[in-house]
Design a protein around this ligand. Structure first.
Ligand code: GDG
Length: 455
């Protein structure tokens, strides 16, 4: 079978692949089992971007990485990728910063990626490129005479035309997506948004519900939701619930119910609304005072991006406000941590939590929602509260679905979850377990690669 080439902005070093916060390394695990070349940024910053990759050959997996130059890190990574495309695709025009030099840096870095990768490619490779950092990479590789099958997968939402309109280079960005053979999205809604943008900005014609004709190329758009390996996660959760840390957690709770949230510290995750909602829970339902403890793991992320620094400052302040208002001398209502915790430990905490809070303002999928469900004990399961704006909500409708812009609704949902009868918890959990197992990481990889190999 043809070799698979995976390209992503970051290639996680082996030591980090299991532990690091961030959806991509976790979701790709299954795809890495065959003959694979994985190419991307090493995570190191050098004076200039190198186009001579460092290659580490393994038994089946070969990893090739390049360092990013300081200016490219600034314009490509911090700038256009994370200060323009990320807020745009998460519908946050108020947070969008656009600078032409950032866009130029984005195009240049994609050219550098192509120049470094092209010499490593074989004519029969199948190339699978990931995420918003690398939208123009197919076009750049084609300029290096690489005519292989190329697929793109967008892990985050795709913006509708009314939002895309704000991007000064919308035509070029959308047109470069039409240089792929297959373009994959998390949800049907994202796929529809892309198709509408392709018509409006790239002059593409719809030839069916899932194909476009753009210039000489036919592009197939597919919705394939990312998932997890639920059985492996369930095992990790069960094993972890016997650990000494899990014991420490139980002792610290002294019989109180645990509410858990785990997110990268990112404004898309709706953390400020969530803290506000938690505060409202005690105003509106004072019976829960002293009876619950909420652990929020908000792993610091993209700390060089100014909006993330502002968010951290806001959350630090809000956490102080909630605890200052409601704490007792022997009770801290909100436990807020901004460092990353080991994955196995998180799995154990999910399992012991009565409520899982996943309230993003917009999210491509959200794997935490799936992990929380996989970790539950079916006899006495916890309850998932899930934002209607997470891709996961398209199928996980047995969670308590909320609008994250309404803190009162989240507070009501927490109350509902804390008081939900066992029978209802079991029924909801059963339905959700089925979904999480059907829409697995394995299925995502298999279906995506099937689409790519078939074109
Ligand atoms: C993007 C899209 C899409 C979180 N904190 C820690 C930690 N995590 C792990 C979680 C989960 C992963 O990171 C986060 O994945 P999400 O899907 O929730 O969110 P993003 O990072 O924004 O990922 C998203 C995803 O790509 C995949 O396509 O679902 O919509 O935004 O696995 O458990 N892991 C560890 N410590 C932490 O503190 N070890």
């Amino acid at each position: 079978m043809a070799r698979l080439v995976i390209v992503s902005n970051r290639v996680a070093p082996p030591s980090e692949r299991q532990q690091k916060a961030g959806g991509l390394a976790v979701a790709l695990k299954e795809a890495l089992k065959g003959d694979v070349l994985w190419f991307g940024w090493s995570g190191q910053i050098a004076k200039e971007t190198s186009t001579t990759p460092t290659i580490t050959e393994g038994k089946r997996l070969t990893v090739a990485t390049i360092d990013l130059g300081e200016q490219d890190y600034k314009h490509f990574y911090v700038g256009f990728s994370n200060s323009t495309l990320w807020p745009l695709f998460h519908f946050r025009l108020g947070l969008l910063d656009f600078l032409r030099e950032d866009y130029q840096g984005y195009l240049k870095t994609n050219e550098d990626f192509a120049a470094a990768l092209a010499p490593l490619l074989r004519p029969d490779d199948v190339i699978w490129i990931h995420d918003y950092h690398l939208i123009p990479l197919a076009a750049a590789l084609r300029r290096h005479n690489q005519m292989q099958r190329m697929g793109f997968y967008l892990h985050i939402p795709f913006a509708p035309t009314a939002i895309m309109d704000a991007l000064p280079c919308a035509e070029e960005i959308v047109s470069s997506l039409c240089d792929y053979d297959v373009v994959g999205f998390q949800t049907e809604a994202d796929k529809r948004n892309f198709m509408a943008c392709a018509v409006q900005y790239a002059g593409a014609e719809l030839t069916s519900d899932h194909t476009l004709s753009a210039g000489k190329r036919s592009v197939r758009a597919v919705a394939i939701p990312v998932g997890i390996d639920a059985d492996a996660f369930a095992k990790a959760a069960e094993a972890s619930s016997g650990s000494k840390e899990a014991k420490r957690m139980q002792e610290s709770l002294v019989g109180r119910k645990l509410i858990v949230g785990v997110d990268r510290l990112d404004y898309s995750k709706g953390l400020t609304n969530r803290f506000e909602a938690y505060s409202r829970l005690f105003d509106r339902f004072p019976q829960h005072r002293l009876k619950v403890s909420y652990l929020q793991v908000a792993a610091r992320s993209r700390e060089d991006v100014i909006r993330y620094q502002n968010l951290k400052r806001d959350l630090d302040r809000l956490c102080g406000k909630v605890n200052g208002k409601f704490a007792e001398f022997d009770w801290v209502p909100l436990r807020y941590m901004t460092r990353s915790l080991p994955r196995s430990l998180l799995a154990g905490f999910y399992r012991s939590a009565h409520v899982g809070l996943v309230t993003p303002l917009r999210d491509g999928m959200n794997l935490v929602a799936k992990e929380y469900i996989a970790a539950q004990n079916e006899e006495d399961p916890g309850v998932l509260i899930l934002s209607k704006f997470a891709g996961a909500a398209e199928s996980m409708d047995q969670a308590i679905i909320i609008n994250p812009y309404d803190p009162d609704q989240i507070a009501e949902a927490i109350h509902q979850a804390l008081t939900m009868p066992l029978g209802e918890r079991q029924a909801r959990n059963k339905a959700l377990q089925t979904i999480v197992r059907e829409q697995s990481a394995g299925a995502w990889c298999r279906n995506s690669l099937m689409e790519l190999r078939a074109c």
